[in-house]
Design a protein. Sequence first.
Length: 81
Amino acid sequence: MGGFCIVLPTVLRILPTLTIFAAYGIIALMTIAIIFHITRGEAKNIGFNIFILFLSIFVACGRRNLNKVDLNSSRTHSELV
């Protein structure tokens, strides 16, 4: 579900800033999941959570920097170069 929330707003160009908030939500969720696994003595099971956490941080930082440029621009890459 979180993956859809990250991808769909940008793909459909409907409020692409929602992608950033979805990434923030997944960051919070994965952080809590890591803490939960560690407190239960399941530290060996946090690899996937860390992977998703880093992916979400990457998306949040990338989208935040991309929003500074202009997401609503209809120009293609070849027109910008």
